[in-house]
Design a protein around this ligand. Structure first.
Ligand code: DCP
Length: 513
């Protein structure tokens, strides 16, 4: 009885701690759904770029008009084991069958559109556990006005009927898995996106940069685009499509308006996260100095793809268990020759976010950061970093002769640099605002001197790289060397050993010193 009471009190403590968690999290289901939407708009190569060899080889420029590009996240035991998108010849479901074969057994598939009957029969046959799809226009479009001929419209209807019969006959659960976001989630994503270091870097380098204006403008633009792609603007048309897909239960209110609200919330979240990584000509992920010879030899990814993968990592970061700092990591590799995937020759190795060890409850371990004097109750010794989770739970092996790339939302720390190097990762795409910092229980000193892995830092090709950038970095490095360990304020307010807050054009940013 005594033991029972103790157990009950422990449970109560855990519950209380859970309710005290400082930041809202994305649910797994919503994360996988968002990843599938994001895969649908994976940047594809133009013929020109392909022939020049500047983009991964892919071929999805000539999709039939009634066919909608689809993104897919393959999930096994709650871990993402594949991210795909359709190509001109193959649908996402077909690609999943080619790439995973019988390993699809027991997997959950998250599609950005309801897959066509051809895909559905194959993935059901492979023994998938569950399919969730985004409840808008399906893969074979049912929006007739956009179709070229009456024949394709009939095909679309026949396909909808066949898919519905396959669904009702299948033992796998096939339906719509969307969950309402935590009540302050979108507000939290907005705040953290504005503070995200990719935007902060711009604020640091650009005189007269209005971060709010830049961020909200971009978000507005993305939101408009994504609503066009992922939402059916006319409610009656949307209801009609839901009916045809066998989702009549969603057609009555309040279920219909709830569903649309959840869809809009997720689209807003996607647009917000997207706007946190600047998408403009002069900013990007560049290796070394933009004009230096080093850059010419290291064959980085096209900027739109690099940025796409960093945004993916930003989405993952919203599953963090760290009460303060969310970090996401995605590892992709590039095959030497093309592949049937809409991602061209790129394939997923693994992805992760920072969290307490597998299987632990939220309150099992300390959660304080280094502002807490008692080191015993700080989080750092317990949290598994995003890179560590991405490597540990990878779904593919890293091949020595292939280019493997890790995309991070934060500079890798000294604990992770040897892991990245040892694993055979060839390129790191990241921000470097923390580089050179020494915090009480975590340090970021090894990144700068890392030589065997190409580092594609978030920078301006005019200001962050090039001669001007080099000079600025040199100046910072010298300042750092002269102040390291002394906790001296270099340019602004002193935040303690290794950190300085600089004030720049009325804004402030934390810099390593
Ligand atoms: N490349 C990285 C860098 C960090 N982390 C994780 C480990 C910890 O969960 C958290 C630590 O982040 P910070 O170094 O920013 O430390 P704090 O969370 O204490 O924030 P602050 O910057 O205010 O000190 O991030 C990670 O997963 N991957």
């Amino acid at each position: 009885v005594f033991q029972f009471h103790i157990m009950q009190s422990l449970e109560a403590v855990k519950l209380i701690s859970v309710s005290f968690q400082l930041i809202p999290r994305l649910s797994r289901v919503n994360l996988f759904t968002l990843l599938s939407l994001w895969m649908e708009i994976f940047p594809t190569a133009t013929e020109d770029e392909e022939s020049k060899g500047t983009k991964p080889l892919s071929d999805n420029s000539s999709l039939p008009p009634s066919f909608r590009q689809t993104g897919l996240a393959v999930v096994q035991n709650m871990k993402v084991t594949g991210l795909h998108c359709s190509s001109s010849e193959l649908h996402a479901g077909q690609i999943a069958v080619i790439k995973h074969g019988s390993l699809l057994k027991g997997c959950d598939l998250y599609f950005s559109r309801r897959p066509c009957s051809t895909c559905l029969k194959m993935v059901v046959n492979a023994g998938i556990n569950r399919i969730s799809y985004w409840p808008a226009d399906p893969e074979i479009s049912l929006i007739e006005s956009e179709m070229l001929t009456g024949a394709s419209s009939l095909d679309a209807k026949l396909d909808a009927n066949a898919a519905e019969r396959l669904r009702s006959n299948s033992r796998a659960h096939i339906g719509v898995l969307l969950q309402p976001l935590a009540c302050n989630m979108n507000q939290f994503v907005e705040e953290t996106s504005k503070k995200c270091e990719f935007l902060q870097k711009m604020a640091l380098l650009e005189p007269n940069f209005n971060l709010d204006e830049f961020f909200f403008e971009n978000r507005k633009k993305q939101l408009k685009d994504y609503e066009k792609i992922f939402l059916i603007s006319d409610e009656e048309t949307h209801k009609c499509i839901l009916m045809k897909m066998g989702l009549e239960n969603f057609c009555e209110n309040p279920y219909f308006s709830n569903l649309r609200q959840q869809m809009k919330d997720l689209i807003l979240l996607l647009a917000t996260v997207d706007a946190s990584v600047p998408n403009c000509r002069d900013y990007g992920f560049y290796c070394g100095d933009f004009h230096s010879e080093e850059t010419a030899h290291c064959h980085g990814l096209p900027q739109d793809i690099a940025r796409h993968c960093v945004v993916q990592a930003r989405l993952l970061a919203y599953r963090t268990e760290d009460p303060k700092t969310g970090v996401g990591a995605v590892i992709w590799a590039q095959k030497k020759s093309g592949s049937c995937d809409g991602t061209g020759n790129m394939y997923l190795i693994g992805c992760g976010y920072n969290a307490y060890p597998m299987g632990s409850e939220y309150a099992d371990f300390p959660q304080m950061d280094d502002k807490q004097k008692d080191r015993e109750i700080r989080k750092f010794r317990y949290i598994i970093h995003a890179e560590q989770n991405a490597l540990t739970f990878r779904c593919k092996e890293i091949q020595d002769d292939e280019k493997t790339m890790i995309f991070l939302t934060k500079c890798p720390c000294d604990e992770c640099i040897p892991l990245i190097k040892g694993a055979g990762i060839k390129q790191i795409y990241t921000g470097d605002m923390d580089s050179g910092k020494v915090k009480a229980d975590i340090s970021y000193l090894k990144f700068d001197s890392l030589r065997s892995v190409y580092k594609f830092r978030d920078q301006s090709k005019l200001k962050g790289g090039g001669a001007e950038g080099t000079a600025a970095r040199k100046e910072r490095r010298e300042a750092r060397n002269s102040t390291r360990g002394k906790g001296v304020d270099v340019m602004g307010e002193n935040l303690g050993v290794g950190q300085t807050r600089v004030h720049f054009c009325g804004k402030q940013a934390d810099l390593s010193t």
